[in-house]
Design a binder for this molecule. Sequence first.
Ligand code: GUN
Length: 284
Amino acid sequence: MTLLDGYNTAKKLNHELKLEIDKWKGLKKPTLAIIHIGNNAASLSYIKGKISAAEKVGIETKLIHLKDQISQKEVEDNILILNNDPQIDGIILQLPIPKHLNKDRLIDLISIDKDADGFHTFHQGLLYQSRETMVPATPLGIMLLLETYNIKLNGLKAVVIGRSNIVGSPVSRLLQDAGATVTICHSKTKDISAYTKDADIVVAAVGIPKFLKADMVKKDVIIVDVGINKVEGKLIGDVDFEHVSKIASYMTPVPKGVGPMTIHALLKNTVKLYVNTMKKRNSI
Ligand code: GUN
């Protein structure tokens, strides 16, 4: 089994991104704004990871931390300020956000020219037409990892477990665009093994620790594990790594698999937005 090493792949790709950013010395630095509402511990740790990776490659970050009980209007005002701030190239709203807020409305208020997560309806619409767009970070990171290992998806049977707007749905579309025949399963799928056993590649993004077991996959399957479940203080994926790794041909570990690739993709998206904006201003 070959380990799909997201940690070292992201390190290499982040270094390449840094070299690109270094070319613009003397100009305004690419800048990512992160809106964090409340005190979700997991979000806090992801945000720290994003900020530290951004700093290493030369992307500035601006963290806007808003209190849990903030009103919809106040969050909207914050987004509008960032939309109109010429210093800011990318904006992300860290999810999840408190339930009293209208998430969809907030995401769609982010300027499409600054939507570093690619969550805006406009970008999702382009994605589902297989057109050039901002691709959400986790799906983009997964595709870059598979590309790095020269894994050809054309003609493969892919099963995606999970149907979220952040991972399951967009990664399904990207796999399909790459020539795979894709089946989307989820927590309600009956007899899920019937699908996963037939798959050449499984992307597990269901959020249930060790959901995918060795007897649910065929020999030489390619496994991408998106799960980050905290169990007794440890990070556990959606795949039973110990047993499935004995059957798989390629497999991502958890941690150090998809996670660092997600962060790389977010940085890459931020640079893409920066370049677009700077070109529009005739600055580069
Ligand atoms: N929460 C979990 N994953 C993500 C992500 O990729 N972007 C944002 N903004 N929030 C998340």
